[in-house]
Design a binder for this molecule. Structure first.
Ligand SMILES: [Zn+2]
Length: 367
């Protein structure tokens, strides 16, 4: 029985999507799959109890079960934590995580943030906030801001009347700063990028997995994008923004086999490392990504180790940025990079997704 990662038919509605996601979760509950611990909560209406997916309690009847993303959601709906599997004693929720997340969102919206003022606003010292940020996200605030600005430049360029204006709109102080930081991240000259990916034919499909929705897109040469998210329509919009001039075509039937490979990979199975890729990056990014593809399933590697393997032992931070810029989630396994002390570090698609992927692959990492 494999209901995980069924490709969504064209024009599917939200109700339909939710039903499929629930089917997937139900299958996980039935086989008491502990690898999905932390991915969702199920609650039983007859007992009023909320459980982890792997709870050893008797499997309830399907029509008595409700699913929630988090225990807090279940509690708001009137359920209490199970005394057997103790979903209330999971990962310690740290208030500084919320501050870090808010800083990320602010940087994404504004390109630059006065960190001293922000720290005061959320009640932390600047030093503590910066340290927590680097611990959680994997790169310092400044590096994250640079990558956000480079990304904004990339998003703004295709529709801007002039490259120079785009450079300023993205928050770079000068075109020189842009060419030093932004242009490198594009992997091609800005003038050329403004043309968009002309004449490229991109086919894509979406699937539902325990990690949420996944969109996968491919050119004639290989997979060019794999993104995770909880909104299918948003993923389609992001794809359109990333490849504005390409001819994009939804092809659920043709990409069925590719979707299956990814669905298996999310479960820690199958062979995703052999998929052909067609990704754009700088020479350094590509070197990091190629090195990452050699990290086997079930293993993890630290940013420093990865930097050494990629031939740049002093560039652990730049390696972190290259991981964050990975255009093909899972297919280039940037989720296998953890911090030197074994803690998760950062993940572009969220730490829950990273933890779930590592658990599925049987890797040991602490959250
Ligand atoms: Zn339980």
């Amino acid at each position: 029985m494999s209901v995980i990662g069924v490709p969504e038919p064209r024009g599917s509605r939200r109700f339909h999507v939710m039903t499929k996601l629930d089917e997937t979760r139900w299958a996980v509950v039935q086989r008491r799959d502990t690898r999905y611990d932390g991915v969702f909560i199920y609650a039983v209406s007859t007992t009023g109890v909320a459980c982890r997916p792997g709870c050893a309690a008797r499997t309830p009847r399907r029509d008595h079960v409700e699913f929630f993303a988090t225990l807090a959601d279940a509690e708001r709906a009137g359920y209490r934590a199970c005394r057997r599997c103790r979903p209330d004693q999971g990962r310690v929720v740290d208030a500084s995580l919320e501050a870090v997340t808010r800083l990320c969102r602010r940087l994404e919206q504004e390109g630059a943030v006065d960190v001293v003022a922000f720290a005061a606003e959320v009640g932390y010292s600047e030093r503590h906030l910066r340290r927590r940020f680097a611990e959680v996200i994997g790169v310092p605030v400044a590096a994250y801001a640079r990558s956000v600005r480079a990304r904004r430049a990339r998003e703004i360029l295709p529709s801007s009347p002039a490259v120079t204006e785009a450079v300023y709109a993205a928050g770079f102080g000068s075109s020189r700063a842009f060419y030093e930081h932004g242009a490198r991240s594009l992997g091609m000259a800005p003038q050329r990028y403004r043309g968009g990916a002309d004449a490229e034919h991109i086919r894509y499909t979406t699937l539902v997995t325990p990690l949420g929705h996944v969109i996968v897109a491919t050119t004639a040469r290989g997979v060019c994008a794999v993104r995770l998210g909880d909104d299918e329509a948003a993923l389609e919009r992001e794809l359109a923004e990333e490849f504005p001039r390409a001819r994009r075509e939804r092809d659920d039937a043709g990409l069925g086999p590719l979707a299956s490979v990814l669905a298996l990979a999310v479960r820690g199975e199958g062979e995703v490392a052999s998929l052909p890729l067609d990704v754009q990056g700088t020479a350094f990014q590509v070197r990091v990504w190629e090195t990452l593809r050699r990290v086997p399933r079930g293993a993890t590697i630290s940013y420093a180790e990865l930097a050494t393997l990629a031939g740049a032992p002093r560039a652990a931070r730049a390696v972190g940025s290259a991981c964050a810029a990975n255009p093909v989630a899972v297919a280039i396994p940037c989720h296998r990079v953890v911090r030197g002390d074994g803690s998760l570090g950062g993940y572009r698609w969220g730490l829950d997704a990273k933890a779930a992927l590592l658990r599925a692959e049987g890797a040991t990492a602490t959250a």
